[in-house]
Ligand binder design. Structure first.
Ligand code: HEC
Ligand code: HEC
Ligand code: HEC
Length: 450
């Protein structure tokens, strides 16, 4: 089997995901309809029980582990699904769980999915595993929290899920039980999730679109399903459900930093909007997902972990299929806000010339020797400037050993520039050279600094 070295930030962040409500799409509809939903959810949820469990087998008669090819395929698919990033706590053994997830409803911990019989999924049947991935129900018939992206995994075929199960049966069994969840009422009742699912969850395997090519369908299957790109790139409503009407137009993602605080990141627009992947070619997208770098961008935030543990392992055909699918998404963008005033833009341009133009050039286009283009760059133009502020304030968070980048890393400016100055530079680059982002305030910068 190919070795896939597992990558994790050490000591920098210990909880990768915080599901947050999107503040920038259709606020009025959200509030009116949302409150009503919540009331219904609470009332109905209290009356609903768990689902009938599937019977557990003694040992596991359905084991397919001796079929080497299936296991290798399963290892590949587990990388595509990035199971390891969410199911490994800092310094924990791979897949043994215990990683902490903050949600607006409280804290939960990922499960041990090694084949340990007592604390992992060693006693699960294949049918139980398939049901958990497809319906979000565990072996005891309890509903699982959607921080486990079964809303996407439900689209995965039986054959692919079987292969993942076969692979997981071969990883070292680890005896480890994570801490108990700490959720607020009524969300501490797993039955509540049954109601959430009734409203927001559409189970069902991916249905190919016969009007599209096989390659396009493969890309859609991966992006919407196993690779769950929407988990970070699609905005969520106030109950944490992805808003399909704004699919892949960008969303806020938070990670936990050393101080225990959460820092916002904006996962960018992946549609073909000018502020998204519009300017990128198929090779630009595939190159970024494989190497973490292209003329427009270098991964420097949460995408680093996605690339290291998942997309760089994609085979060439799958990288291409994902790119073809993303390129086909109709342009759609959340508003980036209004431009800053001329005064701020003038200050920003002046500061840019002093601090940034040596590498990103006066044209904003960078060069293959010095740094990426800021013109037509999705991070620069994102609806929310969080990721842009982070890279200016902290510099890129690059993996060690680094991605095969050909650039000298950029420094952290939080130590030498005031919040107002960073805000002015950010406002300027979001409007210069045809970019379409909005003004950034000193308060927005201060919020990112911890
Ligand atoms: C975005 C984070 C995330 C990713 C990616 C992820 N999981 Fe999970 N998974 C979780 C969390 C959190 C739970 C616990 C849910 C709960 O307790 O309700 C979980 C629970 C599970 C369970 C139920 C285990 C039990 O004992 O109840 C299984 C099985 C599982 N995951 C398998 C997988 C596989 C296989 C993959 C990769 C294809 C994967 N997960 C990817 C977060 C994730
Ligand atoms: C864990 C959350 C997360 C997941 C899952 C995720 N992304 Fe991202 N993505 C981000 C964030 C945050 C950024 C902003 C820049 C960064 O982190 O480097 C980003 C940036 C990007 C960029 C633009 C890079 C740039 O600098 O302009 C592309 C392209 C991208 N992601 C594609 C994908 C694809 C395709 C998938 C699914 C295979 C995916 N992402 C899954 C969080 C995520
Ligand atoms: C010494 C050269 C240098 C200077 C000066 C510099 N940068 Fe960078 N910048 C880079 C490099 C190189 C990268 C790619 C990440 C890496 O490998 O360090 C980058 C990445 C970025 C990104 C992320 C682009 C993406 O999508 O991945 C932004 C935004 C950015 N720089 C803005 C700025 C701003 C604003 C300034 C001035 C305050 C600045 N840079 C100063 C070299 C530089």
């Amino acid at each position: 089997m190919r070795s896939m070295r597992y990558f994790q930030w050490s000591g920098q962040c210990d909880g990768p995901l915080r599901v947050v409500e999107s503040k920038n799409v259709n606020a009025s509809r959200r509030n009116a309809a949302g409150r009503l939903y919540l009331i219904v959810v609470v009332i109905v949820g209290l009356g609903v029980g768990k689902v009938t469990p599937l019977s557990a087998a003694a040992g596991n008669p359905e084991t397919v582990a001796d079929d080497g090819a299936v296991v290798v395929q399963g290892q590949y698919l587990a990388a595509v699904g990035n199971c390891i990033s969410c199911h490994t706590r800092p310094d924990g053994e791979p897949f043994s769980g215990g990683l902490r997830f903050e949600t607006d409803f409280g804290t939960i911990f990922s499960s041990n999915i090694t084949p340990d019989v007592e604390t992992g999924i060693g006693a699960w049947t294949r049918a139980q595993f398939l049901r958990s991935m497809r319906e979000g129900v565990d072996a005891k018939g309890e509903h699982l929290y959607p921080a486990f992206p079964y809303t996407a995994f439900t689209k995965v075929t039986d054959a692919d899920l079987n292969a993942i199960f076969a692979y997981l049966e071969t990883v070292p069994a680890v005896r480890y039980r994570g801490p108990s969840n700490d959720l607020t009422f009524p969300f501490n009742r797993r039955a509540m999730i049954g109601v959430w699912k009734a409203i927001y969850f559409e189970p069902g395997v991916y249905q190919p679109d016969s009007m599209r090519s096989e390659e396009w369908n493969r890309g859609a299957y991966l992006v919407q399903g196993l690779a769950h790109c929407g988990g970070c790139h699609t905005p969520r409503n106030f109950l944490g459900a992805e808003r399909q009407d704004w699919a892949l137009t960008g969303a806020i993602y938070q990670d936990r930093v050393q101080t225990g605080k959460y820092r916002d990141w904006s996962a960018v627009n992946l549609t073909s909007a000018p502020s998204g992947l519009g300017p990128w070619s198929l090779d630009d997208i595939a190159g970024y997902l494989e190497k973490g770098i292209n003329n427009y961008a270098s991964a420097y935030g949460p995408m680093v972990e996605v690339i290291m543990n998942s997309t760089r392992h994609f085979n060439t055909a799958d990288l291409r299929a994902v790119s073809v699918y993303l390129k086909s998404l109709a342009p759609k963008a959340q508003t980036g806000g209004l431009s800053a005033t001329d005064d701020v833009l003038t200050t920003g341009e002046y500061l840019y010339t002093i601090h940034c133009a040596t590498c990103h050039l006066e044209t904003g286009r960078g060069s293959s020797a010095l740094g990426p283009s800021l013109q037509g760059n999705p991070v620069v133009q994102a609806f929310d400037p969080a990721s842009l502020i982070n890279v200016i304030a902290y510099g890129p968070r690059l993996p060690n050993p680094p991605l095969p980048a050909q650039w000298q890393p950029m420094e952290a400016y939080a130590v030498k520039l005031a919040d107002e100055e960073i805000a002015a530079i950010a406002s300027f680059v979001r409007r210069a050279w045809g970019n379409q982002g909005g003004a950034v305030t000193a308060n927005q910068v201060a919020k990112q600094i911890d």
